[in-house]
Structures are given as C-alpha cells and as structure tokens.
Design a binder for this molecule. Structure first.
Ligand code: PEP
Ligand code: MG
Length: 872
C-alpha cells in the first residue's frame, strides 16, 4: 500500500503528534470529542521530511494524495474550490510536534480569485468583506509564499488612505479595497513576472510548500536551538476550512487561555476582537478587548465557549491556549494546545492541578520545563525601591520579571549593544517574529501595541523574559529612535526599568534583590527532591557562591577552581613571585605567603557547606595567565624579586605557549612544580582539621581533585606527594582525618584507561568542558567563531560545549564509568563541566549512573528538577 501522508481531522487523535504535529493532533482530538471545528486535513510531518529529502520538492505521490484529500474535504464541507455557488476557502497553517508560536508561516483566505470574490460578495451581501479578504490574501500569499516584502503592499495601503483622507484600514470602502486588490496584483506581477495565481489548487500547493520551507527559516532555526527541538522533526501542514471573523459586527475572533499564562490563576483569560481575522489579534496591530466583553457581544457563543474550555482542560488535564472564531454568532474552534506560560505560572498551575486532583506529584514535576526556572532565580525589583518610585507609564504585565537597561529601538541594535556588554530594553511599536534574536539579547521588551497574546507577549513568556506590552501612551517615533512618555522624551541609550508583573514603566534604574525559593517553587522543588536519584552539587570558588548554592539546594561542592582564589589582589603578587623564582626555596617562600590565605579560603568553604562534601581542584590553568601585562606591574614585580625588568620580561616571554589549553597546565603543573600542590594540600588539610574541631558533628572528608590527568602514572606521581604531605600534616596535628584523592576525567585517554586510573583515583569527576574540547579537537575558547557556520550547514544543532554530545563524549563517559567501577566499585563519579546544569545532559548523566552533577549556583534548581524528571 502506498504510504499515507494525509489525514482527515476525523482520522487522527491526540496521540498522533509526531505524525500530525501538535496542532493537527489536537484538531483531530477536538473533532473526536465533538467540538465545533471547521473541518479539513493534515499533511503529515513525514511529508515535510520527504520534501526536504527530495531536494525541497513535493513529489507526485504526495501531490496526488493532497488532491484526493481536497476532494474529500469538499465532500465533508459541501463547498468546492473555485465554485460559483459555494466556494471553499481554507487556511493553511504550520504545526510542528512542539509548538513554535509565530515562528512559521500561515496563509488565510486561500481559494480566492476574481470569480470567487464576486460570488462571496453577492452571497454574503457584503462586498466590502469579500474584497477585504481578497486583498489580505494577495498580500499574505505574496509575502509568505513568494517572499515579496510586506512593505510594498503596506505602502499602497498608506497611499490609498492618504488619497481618501482616512487614517484607519476599516475606513476604506469596498471600492477602495477592490482597487487595492488590483494594485496588489499589479505589484505581484511587477515583482514576480507572472500573474497572481487564480487556480485555488495552484495556490494551495504554493502555500503548502511555503509552510514546509518555513521550517528552515532563520527564526525557526534559532527558536529550535533555544528550545531543544530537533531539525529532523519537520512540520505538519493543516488545511482547514475558513471560518470568518471579519464578516461584520456579529463576527469576531479571539485567543484565550483557561488560566492566566502570566500568573497561573485559574479562570478564563484572553482577548477578543470583533470583525477581525485571527492574525489581527496575534499580530498586535489592534489592541483587543478582554475576553469577558465577549459575553455581552455574543452571549450564546460565549456560553458555549466557556463550556468548551472546561471540556478541553479536563480532557488534557492542563491549561489550554485556544484560538476561535465567531461567524455570525456561531462559535468555531480553530486550535487548542497546552498553553505557553511563565515559570511562575507553570509552578502555580502544576501545584493547583495536584490540589484539584487532576495530576500526581510526579506528573506535576514532569510538567515544568527546567530551563524556565532560570527567570525565577534572577533578581526582582526591590519592593522598597519600587514603592518609592513613580511609574511614568503603564502597559500590560505580559511576562513577569524585572528589566532595567538602555533603550534600543531595533532588534539589530539590541544584539549589537548586548554583544558589547550593555544591558538593553528593546522598545518597539510592535514586535514581529523577525525580532526574536533581538528580544533574546534584551533584558526586557516594551511594546506600544498588542495585547497579552501578541507576538511579543507570547515569545517573551516562552523565553522567560520580562515584557510589558500595549503601552499606548507612548508616542513613538521609531524612525528617529525616540519616544515620549509621561511628558519626557526618551532617546536611544536612556535608561528605563520595566516591571513585567504590573506593567509599570519607570524612568531610570530601580534597585533589584535576589530571588527566593518559596511557595509553589518550594513545593515543586521538594517533590523533585523526593523523586530524584542524582545528587546535585555546585561549582563554587567563594563562600558567597557556596552559600547561594546551598540556599538553592546544592548538596555539596563538586568543583572549587582554586586558581580563581589566586587572582585576588593580596595574593597575585606572591603568586607572581612564585612564578618568577629561580629555585625551589624561592618558590616555597613565595607560596608560604599564600598558604594561610588559601587555608582561610577553604575554611570558609567548609563552614558554608556545613558538613556537605567539598571537592577542591588543584591549580589548573597555564601559568602565563597569572603574569602581569601592564608595564607598572612588571616593574613592581621586578622590584619585589630584586630582578631587572628585562629578566622578568624574559621569564614572561618564556611562558608563552602556542597552544596553552594543551600546554603546561593541569597536573603537569604539579609535576613540574610539586611545591604548588604541596602548599594546596597543606591548606586543604589544615582547613579541614580546623573546621572539624569547631564542628565535631560535621562529616568532613576533603576531596582533593587532580586535573587533566591522561596517564595513571601522572596521577600516581602527584598523588604520592599529596598523600605524603597530607599524612604529615594530620600526624603533626595528632588528629584523625579521612580524605580522598581523585581525578578529573577530561582527556580522552583518561576515559579510555579509566580502569588503570581508578587504581589510584578514589573518585572521578568528568570535566566535560575539556573532554568535549579534546574529543572534538575544538578549542573551547575559539569554537564560537565557527559554530554558527556549523548550525547554518546543519552539521550541528547545538553547541557541544553547552549540551553534551552524548554520542561521542557520552560514549567516553560511559566507558570510563564501566572501567572505573570495575576497578573500584564504590567510587563516586560526578560531572562538573558546564553540562552539569543543562537539562538534557543531566538526564543523560542520570541514565549512565553518575553519582552527582555539579553546576553553577543559579543552575542548581534546574539540575534538581531535571534530575527528578530523568528519574520519573
Ligand atoms: C572541565 O574541563 O569541564 C572543567 C570543569 O574544568 P575547567 O572548566 O576549569 O577546565
Ligand atoms: Mg578542565
């Protein structure tokens, strides 16, 4: 049997999202449960994949099947493409497995041509409406399918309005719109060199291709990368019979949520526009009215809609985001999906669903996207400072958070300024999908137009970024990069603060405070801790970071990069003296100055960790990173050392390496300068003994970690004098202290010979930053320069330094665990590369049986949640 690529809505169901995409599967499910859905069919994601496999062509087999389904659809709706009696008009919409709001293309009113417009005008007795649909269609088709810029059509509309002396589109009459449709077609012909297609089937094939093609547009690619959606999935295409919200004042269209997507509060939430088409609400061109106002306008449709909301929420057991249209008072459901929500709302909804008996704790934990927690962990406005400040304006609190930064007016500027390290707030009349990279680069987004469901609001919520939308009091002059608000003119670079919760806008910067894990956040995290198996530690080098991480739930320090402690002003001088010493004695004298400071550092860490494990990694970076570069510093060093400036400069020059990341670093430093490792050992052990004395009830077992080992003999050599030094200190103190010496696995050879290495190493910790660097042979400091080309060429979908390469690096890890445990079954094995805080990498770490992941303090809750999800 031939492969099936098309499915009527009545043939699918909610479990078929892989094949039908989210939108298609839910349209089918709504059809099955008897909701009023304009009928149609879905072209599967497999057809999209095939389109790409075939070199961006829809093959004959699929084409024939689409034609067959048009006939079926005509049978079901009783309407026909191009018919003079009862013409069929359709919408063509993308719908991937995971929803990607606004990222791909949609075409409405397809099927119109001169003849059909005439029929529709006559039958509806509404000539203006018919021509409005047609001119919209020409505009959308030209833009989306043929990629003729929107602006040419907008210019023609503006010209027409100027000629007519009107300011609003709705003030143009039927004749004006008819005239515009003619002008649009002429514009199309001028740009494309062919007549605008009048055959609905030809229009449909063009639109389907455009939707497939839009899977690969730049904004979709960025969105996918940010949201971990594989390119290979492809999008489905939904061909649905049109319901018209723009046929007059008894028509309308809206978007609604069953709970507030910003706060999670239960209750209908949404927006509605009379006499409009769906795109008008989402595009934010007109600021819509609150959904409750629909009750007065369309009491019956509203009543039915509220029932549908309940049915859908009970059915999906989650907050729904729905699109609907009212045509002459009758309700049509165009879409439903689990609604995008802010992190705050996600937590509240998950907890409420448990309390309402709709979900189990495990399901609630699984519902939260760990990446979204990030926003909750970032500073919020200080309540006192906020109270003292007077807002200069107010928009809609579309996506919570506190943003403060310099004003920029374009997405490009936002990216450029952010790259220079500036914090910016992007201020726009309205946003469009092309603005996504700029929105990401900004601290927050402020728009003049658009409601809670406008593009800016939806995308900002998805990104967890602060957004205030629809502040119509702003008098915007985008062309000259300035605006007026609250009697003041703001120009590019002026600082404003926006509050995404209240929608308030403030002149200048407002102080912020740290976030806290409390309330629903605390409840979800407690459930996560109940179900996870992986432990979560933190990478922390200072007591302040360690304290923060403890507050956020860290169960230990997995990596203390001791070199960061050497950069402090009071010890860098001594360390430089060490580097420039000629003899072991000189070196030891310099290090003796650092030892008490280092010991105090470690004591503070042990105190902060209150008996939780602490892994201290010995000096790792190449020494040249520590030497002075400024002339004055070089002179000071020469003086302190009693050497000439020239001698110092020669020493510095001699430290130069062509490839420092593969040079004199890691355990190689301990091999060449054992004094450094000995000093660090003394500091670690003395600190532990001291803290233990003060807190006899704490378990303190220092974990000393030797970096960048590739051969067991390197480790053995270093370990020998570390143990000798440690034992001597313990003996001298007349105390008893257990400690461990372990290693990082960050060189492929270490992974390959982990059975040998485990004979010496009492624990392993994967340094996947270096392990990725050395497995791929990509410099971790330079890869950023070419990775974009790799994304464009579809060689990579993600940065392997951010998301673990499970196939290659992961294989080395699995091998190392197996080999290591064969030698030393009880050893603890962790990960402390950047991947330790990335949800998909955490899931992998759980799968391969690591003991813990270690990540930066602010990612600790993310790792806790991801670890629980991996276990559920
Ligand atoms: C690593 O390589 O993954 C690691 C944690 O060490 P560093 O980043 O300090 O090289
Ligand atoms: Mg490393």
């Amino acid at each position: 049997m031939a492969h099936k690529y098309c499915y009527l809505f009545s043939e699918g169901n909610a479990t078929m999202r892989e094949l039908l995409g989210g939108k298609g599967a839910n349209l089918a499910e709504m059809t099955n449960i008897g909701l009023p859905v304009p009928q149609g069919f879905t072209i599967s994601t497999e057809a999209c994949t095939k389109y790409y496999d075939d070199g961006r062509k829809i093959n004959d087999e699929i084409m024939a099947e689409i034609n067959e389904y048009i006939v079926k659809m005509e049978g079901i709706t009783g309407k026909k493409f191009g018919d003079k009696e009862n013409p069929l008009l359709v919408s063509v919409r993308s719908g991937a497995r995971a929803s990607m709001p606004g990222m791909m293309d949609t075409i409405l009113n397809l099927g119109l041509n001169e003849d059909v417009v005439a029929v529709m005008a006559e039958k509806s007795n509404n000539e203006r409406w018919a021509w409005d649909c047609y001119r919209r269609f020409i505009q959308m088709y030209s833009d989306v399918v043929m990629e003729v810029g929107k602006k040419y059509f907008e210019e023609l509309i503006d010209k027409m309005k100027a000629e007519k002396g009107v300011t609003q589109d709705v003030e143009l009459d039927a004749n004006d719109l008819k005239e515009l449709a003619g002008q649009f077609k002429a514009e199309y012909k001028a740009k494309i060199g062919e007549d605008f297609p009048s055959d609905p089937k030809e229009q449909l094939m063009g639109a389907i291709k455009a939707v497939f093609r839009s899977w690969d547009n730049p904004r979709a690619n960025v969105y996918r990368r940010d949201n971990d959606i594989p390119y290979s999935w492809g999008t489905a295409v939904n061909v649905q019979s049109m319901a018209f919200g723009n046929m007059g004042d008894d028509c309308g269209t809206g978007v609604a949520f069953t709970r507030d997507p910003a706060t999670g509060a239960k209750g209908l939430f949404g927006e509605f526009l009379t006499n409009a088409q769906g795109e008008d609400v989402v595009a934010g061109v007109r600021t819509p009215m609150h959904i409750q106002e629909m009750e007065q306008k369309f009491p019956e449709a509203f009543k039915e809609f509220t029932e549908v909301c309940k049915t859908l929420e009970d059915h999906y057991r989650d907050m729904q985001d729905m699109e609907f249209t009212v045509e002459h008072g009758k309700l049509y459901m165009l879409q439903t999906r689990n609604g995008k929500r802010t992190a705050q709302a996600a937590l509240k909804i998950a907890c409420d669903l448990v309390d309402e008996g709709m979900r189990t704790e495990e399901e609630a934990v699984a519902m939260i996207d760990p990446r979204n927690l990030d926003t909750l962990l970032h500073p919020q406005f200080d309540a006192k400072a906020l109270k003292a400040a007077t807002p200069i304006g107010k928009g809609l609190g579309a996506s919570p958070g506190a943003a403060c930064g310099k004003i920029v007016f374009t997405a490009e500027d936002a990216v450029e300024w952010a790259d220079k390290g500036e914090k910016v707030v992007l201020v726009r009349l309205e946003t469009s999908p092309e603005d996504i990279t700029g929105m990401k680069a900004a601290q927050g987004i402020l728009t003049v137009r658009g409601g809670m469901t406008s593009h800016a609001a939806v995308v900002a919520r998805g990104m967890g970024e602060c957004c205030v939308s629809g502040c119509s009091a702003i008098n915007m002059d985008e062309a000259n990069k300035k605006f007026e608000l609250g009697g003041k003119t703001f120009v590019e670079g002026d600082v404003i603060s926006i509050d995404g919760t209240t929608g308030n806008i403030y002149d200048g910067a407002i102080a912020t405070v740290d976030a806290q894990i409390a309330g629903e956040f605390g409840r979800i995290m407690a459930w996560a801790d109940k179900y996870r198996v992986l432990k979560v530690r933190t990478n922390a080098d200072t007591p302040a970071d360690a304290k923060k991480a403890r507050e956020l739930g860290a169960e230990g320090i997995g990596l203390c990069r001791t070199e960061h402690m050497f950069f402090e002003a009071d010890r860098i001088a001594a360390f430089r003296e060490m580097i420039c010493s000629d003899t072991v004695e000189e070196r030891e004298a310099a290090l003796a100055k650092i030892e008490p400071m280092q010991q105090a550092d470690f004591e503070a860490l042990y105190e902060a960790l209150e008996g939780c494990p602490v892994t201290i990694r010995f000096l790792d970076p190449p020494l040249h990173e520590f030497v002075p570069t400024e002339e004055a510093d070089i002179e000071a060093l020469a003086k302190a050392q009693g050497k000439s400036v020239e001698t110092i400069k020669n020493i510095i020059a001699s430290l130069h390496e062509f490839n420092p990341m593969m040079g004199h670093r890691g355990c190689r430093l301990a091999v060449t300068y054992p004094e450094i490792a000995k000093m660090q050992t003394k500091a670690v052990i003395k600190a532990a003994l001291n803290v233990k004395k003060n807190h006899p009830d704490w378990t303190i077992v220092p974990e000393i970690m030797i970096p960048l080992v590739g051969d067991v003999k390197e480790l053995k050599y270093v370990k020998n004098f570390v143990v000798e030094t440690a034992d001597a200190v313990i003996k001298e103190a007349g105390a008893d202290l257990k400690y461990e010496v372990g290693t990082m696995i960050e060189i492929p050879r270490a992974a390959l010979t982990a059975d040998e290495i485990a004979k010496e190493a009492e624990f392993f910790c994967f340094g996947t930053n270096d392990l990725t660097q050395m497995t791929y042979g990509f410099s971790r400091d330079d890869a950023g320069k070419f990775l974009n080309a790799y994304y464009d060429a579809k060689i990579f979908e993600n940065d392997p330094f951010a998301k673990l390469d499970q196939t290659g690096v992961g294989k080395l890890m699995e091998m190392a665990i197996k080999l290591g445990k064969a030698t030393r079954p009880d050893m603890h094995i962790g990960i402390c590369g950047e991947h330790g805080g990335d949800p998909s990498s955490v899931e992998f770490c759980h799968k391969i049986g690591l003991t813990y992941v270690s990540c930066s303090p602010f990612r600790v809750p993310i790792a806790r949640l991801a670890a629980a999800q991996a276990a559920i």
